[in-house]
Design a binder for this molecule. Structure first.
Ligand SMILES: Nc1nc2c(ncn2[C@@H]2O[C@H](COP(=O)(O)OP(=O)(O)OP(=O)(O)O)[C@@H](O)[C@H]2O)c(=O)[nH]1
Ligand SMILES: C[S@@+](CC[C@H](N)C(=O)[O-])C[C@H]1O[C@@H](n2cnc3c(N)ncnc32)[C@H](O)[C@@H]1O
Ligand code: SF4
Ligand code: SF4
Length: 595
């Protein structure tokens, strides 16, 4: 990074004609890490201001034209909308164009207009027409929700729009309206058809896949590519400020691919562009293709070529980074190009190697997606309503889907708890989307179930174990005459301590704060046995039966250990759960033993 900084500083002192070449050479000479990668790169110099410390060249600029939107997608923005930046603080048409010109001059050759909803900005046609005049800009693209598309597209095309990406998360009109909280399904479909009719190929369709909401439509979306020139891209649901992202809502690339491969086993992987967000596939013989945008499970940061300008004029060098610098302020204070470039170069130079991973980014402070441009934030109560396991009930949409399967009826419901709750696996017949084991991921590896979204409740569990001692050991234990001492006192402490260690012993068990743990003994002289009963209580999101079972088992082992000098013929048996309460379904084997 130091090398890049030096290159930039020196370069800005030169006449602009020599700047890029000189900065390039400095980079080459001063940065030892730079050489091997450069040899693989395009030989042409690229502005040092747009190259980061990892050698990534940022030739793709995403400009957010507005913070406003005519939809309220649950994963992107709260129903009431977001607090909007005052109009005078948003970039004007000429400011957008000035900044775009500067970036294109430095090497940006692709600009995507996004938002909010870019097509509700009144001057969008003028902006496109003016951008199109920039020398060096090869691709001008828009990402839109498609509501205004069929009406505007002929003019957008006339103004020079090269590529169009359209968001569509459901093929079921009622579900579409539920997700976006507005009407408009047919308008979006018309927009998609219009794009195909005007020759856009592929027309990219962005579908954010969310568990329990639209994951059951994957195959229907793929089927759309049979005859239409579409690239349907399944996007892993991403966390943004306030969007209540939760690991369990995200359907991973691997899981999606597995499901699609079950239907189309000969799905072919295609070669994607080096900086593409999507991994591309095709069903042989289909007109279109499909893709997966795997920001969460397999990030594509190493080939990142993106920068973004927010509608209020901040440069954001990473979607998941929260450092921003105001180009608007610099522009309005009359900063010349050189100074703007210094600001841009410094920000690009600070860009991190990659985002911090899905757990970290879900914790970090960032803008809501709607205010970044590119995707938005589900926030507010409704996002939870749609997805949270707290919400009881089943939402059923019986509207006939646009599906090639004639009789299928779409349903979506909050079945999350069946997937996250270790208590509730079981006898129920499961839907196909439910068949995955809760402790096994799509690759068959162990996973700890995410219980973060469940409400804490008071939960108890009682388990028992029986230790058959034989008459001599039984008598010595009962009369506290064992050489090792009072077996039941030691076993009682051992059981309590073990209950607190359960999550360390059982790999996929959650650590739980125990409110109480107790061990009781019954002496059965007929059987010469000790019956151990362990009860645990917590206020938490998952049950305590493993704690109770662990406590009973370890107490039993301790009894064994205390008595083994007397007999090796000791049997530990009947380790079982007797009861549990406070979860989705209570369980009671022997009501008489319940606490
Ligand atoms: N991690 C990450 N994901 C991004 C970024 N830009 C876009 N995406 C993801 O890509 C999805 C679709 O974005 P689009 O606006 O269609 O843009 P795009 O994928 O760059 O489009 P193409 O130009 O067709 O490649 C978004 O919803 C994000 O999931 C980025 O900079 N970083
Ligand atoms: C913020 S929107 C802006 C452009 C336009 N309004 C649209 O919906 O296409 C850009 C893209 O981000 C995606 N997006 C928004 N929130 C997201 C999230 N939480 N996770 C993944 N993608 C998201 C949207 O589906 C959309 O394709
Ligand atoms: S994703 Fe966000 S910006 Fe795009 S249509 Fe939905 S609410 Fe609007
Ligand atoms: S997360 Fe940041 S570094 Fe990674 S691809 Fe997106 S913008 Fe680039």
């Amino acid at each position: 990074m130091i090398y890049s900084e030096k290159a930039r500083n020196y370069a800005t002192s030169l006449p602009s004609m020599h700047r890029a070449v000189t900065a390039y050479m400095f980079h080459f000479v001063l940065n030892p890490d730079f050489l091997p990668q450069k040899l693989n790169d395009n030989i042409l110099p690229f502005s040092a201001f747009l190259r980061d410390g990892f050698g990534r060249r940022h030739n793709y600029l995403r400009i957010s034209l507005t913070e406003k939107c005519n939809l309220r997608c649950q994963y992107c923005m709260p129903e009431e909308g977001v607090k909007l930046t005052p109009r005078n603080q948003l970039l004007s048409t000429s400011e957008v164009l000035t900044l775009a010109r500067l970036f294109v001059q430095e090497g940006v050759d692709k600009i995507r207009l996004t938002g909010g909803e870019p097509l509700i900005r009144a001057d969008v046609l003028d902006i496109i027409a003016e951008l199109k005049k920039l020398q060096g800009l090869k691709t001008l693209a828009v990402t839109t929700n498609g509501i205004n598309l069929s009406r505007l597209l002929p003019k957008l095309k006339g103004a020079g729009l090269d590529l169009i990406n359209i968001s569509l998360d459901s093929l079921v009109p009622a579900k579409f309206e539920f997700i976006v909280r507005r009407k408009g399904f047919h308008k979006v479909m018309e927009g998609i058809d219009k794009a195909a009719e005007l020759g856009y190929n592929p027309v990219k369709i962005n579908c954010v896949v969310m568990r329990g909401l639209n994951e059951d439509e994957l195959l229907d979306f793929v089927a759309l590519t049979e005859t239409k020139p579409l690239e349907v891209r399944f996007i892993e649901y991403m966390p943004f400020d306030g969007n209540k992202w939760n690991f369990k809502k995200m359907v991973s690339y691997q899981e999606m691919l597995d499901r699609i491969r079950q239907r189309w086993p000969d799905l072919e992987r295609l070669q994607a562009g080096p900086a593409d967000t999507a991994k591309i596939f095709k069903v042989p013989g289909f007109t279109g293709q499909l893709g997966f945008i795997t920001s969460m499970s397999d990030n594509f940061c190493s080939s990142c070529n993106r920068l973004r300008i927010t509608a209020d004029g901040n440069l954001k060098v990473c979607l998941f980074g929260n450092s921003e610098v105001s180009l608007r302020d610099a522009l309005r204070s009359g900063a010349p190009d050189e100074e703007l470039l210094q600001i841009i170069g410094a920000a690009v130079g600070r860009k991190k190697k990659q985002h911090a991973g899905m757990f970290s980014i879900s914790q970090m402070k960032n803008r809501p997606m709607i205010l970044i441009g590119g995707y938005a934030q589900p926030s507010g109560p409704d996002a939870r309503t749609a997805l949270s396991p707290r919400t009881p009930g089943t939402l059923v949409f019986s509207t006939k889907p646009m599906s090639p399967k004639p009789n299928s009826v779409r349903m979506f419901h909050n079945h999350n708890s069946s997937q996250i709750n270790r208590e509730s696996r079981s006898n129920q017949t499961r839907s196909s989307s439910d068949t995955q084991l809760s402790h096994v991921d799509s690759q068959g590896r162990a996973t700890m179930v995410d219980i973060g979204g469940k409400p804490p409740t008071c939960r108890t569990a009682t388990a028992c174990a029986t230790v058959i001692l034989g008459s001599t050991a039984f008598r010595l234990l009962r009369d506290i005459q064992l050489a090792k001492g009072d077996a039941l006192t030691v076993a009682q402490l051992a059981g309590i301590m073990a209950s607190k260690q359960t999550s360390s012993l059982i790999p996929l068990c959650h650590p739980l704060p125990l409110d109480h743990a107790s061990i009781a003994f019954q002496l059965d002289s007929q059987q010469s046995a000790v019956i151990i009963t362990a009860t645990c209580r917590t206020t938490g999101r998952t049950g305590v039966e493993m704690e109770a079972l662990t406590a009973a088992s370890v107490a039993a082992l301790t009894v064994y250990d205390m008595c083994k000098a007397v007999s090796h013929d000791i049997i530990i048996t009947d380790v079982k759960l007797l009861s549990k309460t406070g979860g989705k379904k209570d369980f009671n084997r022997h009501p008489s033993l319940e606490n």
